[in-house]
Design a protein around this ligand. Sequence first.
Ligand code: ATP
Length: 258
Amino acid sequence: MPDMASKTIISVNNLTKKYGDFEAVKGISFEVKEGEIFGLLGPNGAGKSTTLEIIETLRDKTSGKVIVDGFDLDKDPGEIKKIIGVQLQTSGYYPGLNLSELIELFGGLYNQEVHPLELLDLVNLRDKAKAKFKELSGGQKQRFSIATTLINRPRIIFLDEPTTGLDPQARRNLWELVKEIRAKGTTVIITTHYMDEAEILCDRVAIIDSGKIIALETPDRLIDNLVAGGFERPKEVKKANLEDVFIHLTGHTLRPEN
Ligand SMILES: Nc1ncnc2c1ncn2[C@@H]1O[C@H](COP(=O)(O)OP(=O)(O)OP(=O)(O)O)[C@@H](O)[C@H]1O
């Protein structure tokens, strides 16, 4: 958890994005603190990816101001690119290269010296160094994709639905990985449709609906506010759920096929 005094690393002010006549992002403002895990939550089509891609310099905005680590998106997009890590498109991975070679290649693109085995170690994929991307399981692919965000030693990484399609162990393993990355001082911005994930991982979340931020708080406060408003969950009669059973039976630890 970053301390309250930590500095603002991303500041978004009155951001809008129009696709033709359709306004997908309707004047949103928020700040991300250095070292925090910040979640963008919202239903399909709410404008999360659009917002992220604008900050990542991958998509033009219609209006508003975005400052990343002191750099103005309008003036210094190149400087912003240098300090952010984005998940490289998996579909674009050169099919003939193994994981080590891919990291070397991406390092070259970033003009950055890389140590493939060290990076693969970090995401628990050293034993797959000689494997091709297509030979990995879903969880391994996601972990490799996160490794690619770290190649340029970024201050901030962006993770778009990193655990979609993963089994419960692989998801937990990925949560640990994200926490380890943050523990090293990297700011993490994440989108997810899993509320348990957001609750466990995120220091603060912005909930976006139809292009507007409708809540921005720590998960704890959001829950407390709801309860204070009189909300009550239907009584849980059982002390465990099917996911607990699954994890109990199949183990917590990461397995090779993950
Ligand atoms: N290139 C585009 N051209 C036109 N409309 C677009 C384009 N990209 C996104 N949109 C529209 O903008 C809205 C926001 O899309 P966006 O992908 O940002 O949502 P999202 O919150 O990331 O959704 P999801 O959870 O489904 O990934 C949607 O209505 C979408 O159809």
